[in-house]
Unconditional design. Structure first.
Length: 86
């Protein structure tokens, strides 16, 4: 056998296996969300306290997951405010 003949047999085998894969591929499913269903899930915010002055919040906003890490300071009144860094 020459190299060309081997290549032809391999190509025939590859095309046969490709047809088998296409025949067994399940149809794609489209994801649909009900507008009533996602209103509660999208508005949830989870807040975790890393230390006294650091907090992390995780929320879904416009179908994306957002992670917000902030450092807070306590002012003279005892209220916590986000730390401003320049």
């Amino acid at each position: 056998m020459s190299r060309i003949e081997r290549g032809k047999k391999r190509e025939e085998h590859d095309s046969a296996s490709d047809n088998d894969i296409e025949a067994h591929t399940p149809p794609k499913k489209s994801l649909k969300k009900d507008s009533d269903n996602n209103s509660d899930d999208d508005n949830r915010i989870f807040i975790f306290e890393l230390s006294e002055s650091k907090k992390v919040s995780v929320k879904v906003w416009e179908k994306n997951i957002r992670v917000d890490i902030r450092q807070f300071y306590t002012n003279e009144d005892g209220k916590q405010s986000p730390k401003v860094s320049y």
